[in-house]
Design a protein around this ligand. Structure first.
Ligand code: G6P
Length: 606
């Protein structure tokens, strides 16, 4: 949600800034802008390509700041595009987050004679820094003073025309990473644009302010006291964050499915003993043993991973599980005590509502755990312990490989918890063996992707779609519908098959197709009846199953067959054809799947 990037060093800043923005494009594409102290500012509506067209070369300078906007305050216009400046137009800032007290700050600044050109909260912060500059005549002190007046969230970078080599970055509630190079330093919202320059990074914590010049970095807190932050080395490879041979990140990331499961389970599965070894939970293993219930919190796709986990854990561990979206959990009065585990599931580790849910859990004495993909992210740091996904960077806005990895990690967690609490070693072995076989089965599905492409082509003119599943695949119906909505902007609903008669069946006619997720499991017969009910209303049915028989072929307009696995793991296989379906459906309609309109990859505002 908004991407910020900055550079100070010895190279020409312009290509580095544009390249950084291109890497961050998944965070926002409502508008883009750059500021290079020696050359000035350029802004445009839309994404980086539009910005490039507006740039008049040469634009010399060895430092600069850049921004991609996902609009919160004010429409996506050029006036509202970042960077924003103070009244003297010598200080410019880029910002990700929301300045909550911007109205009162703006009123104060208006009385001091400031004129505002945009309707953004960011311009208020820029003008406030300028206001302090008049009095303090010191860039660092003025930034610090302004931040001390500010309530809300920010990941921000400021640049000053008269000290072109210095950039100041600050963090409060929105991610900021510093990249430490040789004679050059970087700032970004996440590591992806930094990786091509350096693997040495510092994650700023809330309240940190970093002052960077090409050869130096110093970090202060808001009280201007210098602090030490650890340098970390990023393991991700730059190639992982590139599209490679694929037309889109979304397809590339779906096609990584088998590898992603391998990476998530690597070193963690001891099949002979039927156990999962989760190093990240070692330190709290004994505490976990004493807990009585689990609350899983996530947003979007991560929430649906949590719903699947509820079924896994309750069936195989016997612990009560509740699953909730972060934005509900944090605003009601959830019952949490010291017997509770609050488990966050999150790809980015930065989703504002999930983060607040974890903080709320902590305040109430719960043990907090995370299943997080982004190493070093806020949630990974603030939870007591956790499991990293090791899925590699996910760039496609609609989450695909991270979901596969989340389900796999949750299956490992189920095994871990189950074996702590009475799951037999034979059941443990059975689950471990089946988890181990997943990568091969995923490959088999991906090898048949053209079948899904054909089906997507056939239905690409549909305006509505229903996804129906039961039990373990109940959440997969929601996730299948979510993928289609995100990528194609059509009306898609996920429904529990048993709920069809309570409403959705009324919508079904020959123009309202259904994707029925029907593995041959403990609810197979029930699902078959639901398919019949749809067909009796002339509804078209695409069947997704692991059973190939005449009966099911007869009742399907189209069919896709996945390999068999145990019921609890079937969501991991079933979601892949649905992800591919959403991808090809959107491609058929000529849409940019990597950048769905109005959405952003990481939702760092409430
Ligand atoms: C956004 C993304 C989704 C993602 C959700 C939660 O909506 O577009 O793909 O599932 O945020 O993100 P998280 O990083 O917490 O998993």
């Amino acid at each position: 949600m908004c991407g910020i990037f900055a550079y100070t060093g010895k190279q020409q800043a312009l290509p580095i800034l544009l390249d950084g923005l291109t890497c961050l494009e998944y965070r926002g594409y409502d508008s883009a802008g750059i500021y290079i102290p020696e050359s000035g500012v350029v802004k445009s509506v839309g994404a980086v390509d539009n910005l490039k067209k507006k740039i008049v070369l040469p634009m010399p300078g060895n430092s600069g700041i850049a921004h991609l906007r996902w609009a919160t305050h004010g429409e996506p216009t050029e006036e509202n595009a970042h960077p924003h400046s103070d009244s003297s137009e010598t200080i410019w800032i880029v910002h990700n987050g929301i300045i909550e007290n911007y109205k009162e700050l703006k009123e104060m600044l208006l009385t001091k004679g400031c004129t505002f050109y945009s309707s953004t909260d960011t311009e208020v912060l820029a003008k406030l820094i300028g206001y302090y500059m008049e009095e303090k005549k010191d860039f660092e002190k003025s930034v610090l003073a302004a931040l001390n007046d500010t309530k809300g969230t920010y990941g921000m970078v400021a640049s000053y025309k008269n000290e072109p080599n210095k950039i100041i970055a600050a963090r409060q509630g929105a991610p900021v990473v510093i990249g430490l190079g040789n004679g050059e330093n970087f700032v970004a919202s996440d590591v992806s644009p930094i990786l091509r320059h350096t693997k040495d990074v510092i994650y700023l914590l809330d309240g940190d302010v970093a002052v960077l010049t090409p050869n130096n970095h110093t970090i202060y807190n808001l009280q201007n006291i210098s602090i030490d932050r650890k340098t970390e080395i990023i393991e991700w490879d730059i190639e992982e964050a590139k599209k490679g041979e694929y037309a889109h990140f979304m397809l590339k990331e779906i096609m990584e499915g088998a590898e992603v499961v391998e990476n998530t389970i690597r070193g963690r599965l001891i099949v002979d003993e039927g156990i999962a070894k989760l190093g990240g939970l070692d330190a709290v293993a004994e505490q976990i043993r004493t807990k009585k219930r689990i609350i899983i919190v996530g947003c979007g796709t991560a929430y649906y991973a949590g719903l699947v986990a509820e079924y896994m854990i309750e069936e195989f561990v016997g612990m009560p599980v509740e699953v909730e979206v972060g934005s509900e959990f944090r605003y009601r009065k959830p019952i949490i005590d010291q017997d509770t585990i609050v488990l966050a599931v999150t790809q980015s580790g930065e989703t504002a509502d999930t983060l607040e849910a974890i903080r709320e859990g902590k305040r109430k004495g719960a043990l907090t755990l995370g299943i997080v993909n982004t190493v070093g992210s806020t949630i990974s740091r603030e939870t007591d312990a956790g499991i990293y996904n090791h899925a590699g960077p996910e760039i496609g806005v609609a989450s695909t490989k991270a979901f596969i990895s989340q389900l796999t990690a949750l299956a490992l967690l189920t095994l871990f918890l189950g074996r702590q609490r009475g799951m037999s070693s034979s059941t443990g072995k059975m689950i471990a063996e089946e988890i181990k076989k997943l990568p091969q089965k995923i490959k088999e599905i991906l090898d048949k992707k053209e079948e899904i492409q054909k089906i997507a082509k056939k239905y690409a003119n549909s305006r509505d779609f229903l996804f129906m599943g039961r039990k373990y695949n109940y959440a997969i119906a929601f996730e299948g519908a979510l993928k289609l909505k995100e990528c194609s902007y059509i009306h898609a609903e996920g429904y529990g098959a048993g709920e069809m008669k309570h409403g959705p069946l009324a919508m079904i006619d020959e123009n309202f197709p259904t994707f029925a997720i029907v593995p041959n499991d403990s609810v197979y017969e029930k699902n078959i009846s639901n398919i019949q009910e749809i067909r009796a209303r002339k509804g078209k049915v695409i069947v997704l199953t692991n059973e190939d028989n005449e009966e099911i072929r007869d009742m399907s307009d189209d069919i896709f067959i996945v390999p068999k696995t145990v019921e609890m793991l079937s969501p991991i296989l079933n979601i892949i054809p649905l992800q591919l379906f959403a991808y090809y459906f959107a491609i058929e309609r000529g849409l940019n799947v990597d950048r769905p309109r109005n959405l952003a990859k990481s939702v760092t505002v409430e």
